[in-house]
Design a protein around this ligand. Structure first.
Ligand code: G6P
Length: 601
């Protein structure tokens, strides 16, 4: 979703802004633009389409100056056109802004500003902010911004350039993330940390309603009433290379290959020589997970682990549904929000609901310093490193792993899990990265399958229990990057409707990791075969013989403890989606219409 960059220093701003925008491309966008202060005058270049197109514009007509702002837009109000692209300016063009988020009262403000003579040129909600600031500006941008944010409702991260104050870059946020990179005699602004990593690892994360005043050698932060604040910068351990492709054709492929390492790091973060850390505070007897997309599927796996290992009632909820649901307070409930980015608007809103209800809350996120990380008192991190591809892979795997560890910790503390069983699982987990590595070595069979099946019209993924959550995640990967219609179903539910969709040759992939459900799922697979489906079973080596009796094709993963198999079987599923998308010539890392970080409802 939209991305913001900004620069103030002594270097040429244009290449730094364009490079920053490229690093934010993964968030998803459909137009882009920059504004640079050129000899005390603001100049804008912007266009619909990719950053390469913007680069052509700036190559043909470069902007020279050492202060600037840039933006990638993911259209919400108005189509992706040149005029709707950011930056937006006021009537005179002496104030330029970029904005992430949604101004909910934009229509009323627009009427009010039009009545005062402002002429609008775009359909965006953002343009009202440029005109509003202009009408409020009386020679002091701090004062104008303080007034403006009292009049805006919705969410925003804003960066502002003003010709009357040509050596200052202003920014403010509410609900949408904004980070400042602190350099030597220069400051960098971005929507997220990877965009500024090549320049500095010292970052300052702005809080809601904070206004930051960036000058070349200083940063001052004020609250919305003008009181000075002194936030401490955070030192980020990720290095810039972690957010580069490093020889892989796509970020997604690189991230799939980083999974063994991510699993190792996450395990060692929570399990030291003295055993498992206490992860969830207290001993809740009801655990609810709230999340969106892939993180929701991780939550489904987590609910299964909590039931199995901690004997604790647990369920996963789609955050956008949970937030509007009637909630019933429970004396000893924990609500855990799961989010790779830690910025997903629906997840944050659902978390606030849970907090208001009085539940104990915790977070599981990949992003240190994200809004989610800072909202809860107990934040657990996944150690996947920066995830750039829109389709989540390594973040998901480490979420599932951490949820397994959380369930084990609770199970041990509640006396529901024996030390011996916990040791067995931890030993198995320690061996898992090697098995993942061996699995990743051979992917030719998946590539060949995709080359043969690239013209499929529909695919099915089925499974029971834990495997149903894996089937849903596998299907989501397919939809996201190959755009192939996929159904993910609880295997036993197929006969109640979706089986009608099966045609001659429709691929049906059954995920089977649980011994007790194997025969049941295989018999559902047989039912689809009887109706013409081409059936595939994905299972551990030890089920191969039984699976081969029913399925046309069997893809195996190395044997492992049943509860660890989800971390293995997802690898061929991710690779399958990847190769299908490549075979179809899709934009794997930046699929159409999708955004990595969804900061609007
Ligand atoms: C978007 C992304 C998905 C992601 C979901 C939740 O829809 O495209 O890949 O799973 O948001 O994101 P989060 O950062 O909260 O995990």
């Amino acid at each position: 979703m939209c991305g913001i960059v900004g620069y103030i220093g002594n270097q040429e701003a244009q290449p730094i802004l364009l490079d920053g925008l490229r690093r934010l491309e993964y968030r998803g966008y459909d137009s882009a633009g920059i504004a640079v202060m050129q000899q005390q005058k603001i100049s804008v270049r912007k266009c619909a389409g990719r950053i390469d197109k913007l680069q052509q514009l700036t190559d043909a007509s470069p902007l020279h100056g050492s202060i600037g702002i840039g933006h990638t837009r993911w259209a919400t109000h108005g189509e992706p056109t040149d005029l709707n692209a950011h930056p937006h300016t006021d009537v005179k063009g002496d104030i330029a802004i970029v904005h992430n988020g949604i101004i909910e009262n934009h229509a009323a403000l627009r009427r009010h500003l039009e009545a005062q003579g402002c002429v609008f040129v775009s359909q965006t909600d953002t343009e009202v902010v440029a005109h509003l600031i202009h009408t409020l500006y009386r020679g002091d941008m701090m004062a104008a911004l303080q007034q403006a944010i009292r009049m805006l409702s919705g969410s925003y991260a804003l960066a502002v350039l003003c010709e009357s104050e040509p050596d200052v870059l202003y920014c403010v946020r509410l609900g949408s993330p904004l980070v400042v990179g602190v350099g030597q005699g220069e400051m960098f602004l971005a929507s997220d940390i990877p965009a500024i990593l090549p320049h500095t690892r010292d970052v300052l994360i702005l809080e809601d309603r904070e206004i930051a005043v960036l000058k070349r050698g200083s940063i001052e932060v004020f609250d919305d009433l003008g009181a000075r604040k002194t936030p401490a910068p955070l030192h980020v351990s990720w290095d810039a290379a972690a957010a580069e492709k490093g020889g892989f054709a796509h970020f997604m492929l690189k991230e799939i290959f980083e999974q063994p390492d991510a699993v190792r790091k996450t395990l060692s973060a929570y399990c030291g020589p003295d055993g498992l850390q206490e992860m969830l505070p207290g001993a809740p007897d009801l655990v609810n997970f709230i999340a969106c997309g892939t993180a929701y599927h991780a939550g489904m796996a987590g609910a299964y682990y909590f039931a199995q290992l901690a004997d604790t009632e647990s369920a996963a909820h789609i955050a956008s549904e949970y937030r509007y649901r009637k909630l019933f307070p429970h004396a000893n409930e924990a609500v855990v929000a799961i989010s790779q980015s830690g910025e997903t608007a629906d997840t944050l809103a659902a978390l606030r609901q849970a907090m208001e209800m009085g539940a104990h809350t915790a977070a599981l996120t990949n992003t240190l310093g994200s809004t989610l990380d800072r909202t809860v008192s107990r934040s657990l991190l996944t150690y996947a490193g920066p995830e750039i591809a829109v389709a989540s892979t390594k973040a998901y795997i480490t979420q599932v792993e951490t949820l397994l560890l959380m369930a084990m910790d609770l199970g041990l503390r509640k006396g529901k899990l024996t030390r011996e069983r916990a040791k067995e699982l931890l030993d198995g987990l320690a061996k898992l990265p090697e098995k993942m590595e061996s699995l990743l070595k051979n992917q030719a069979y998946l590539q060949q399958y995709c080359d043969r099946h690239m013209h499929e019209k529909l695919m099915f993924f089925i499974g029971r229990g834990m495997d149903h959550s894996l089937a849903m995640e596998a299907a989501l990967k397919f939809k996201e990057i190959s755009y192939l219609p996929c159904e993910a179903y609880a295997a036993g539910e197929l006969k109640h409707g979706p089986i009608a969709l099966i045609n001659n040759g429709t691929p049906v992939i059954a995920i089977c990791t649980q011994e007790s459900l194997l025969e049941k799922t295989l018999s559902n697979l047989r039912e689809t075969k009887a109706r013409g489906a081409e059936t595939i079973c994905v299972c551990p080596q030890r089920f191969a013989e039984r699976a081969a009796r029913e399925a046309d094709i069997v893809w195996t993963v190395p044997d492992a403890d049943e509860l660890l198999l989800p971390l293995l079987v997802m690898l061929p599923m991710q690779l399958l989606a990847y190769h299908m998308a490549v075979a179809q010539g899709r934009d794997v890392d930046k699929p159409r219409n999708l955004a990595k970080s969804v900061t609007v409802e």
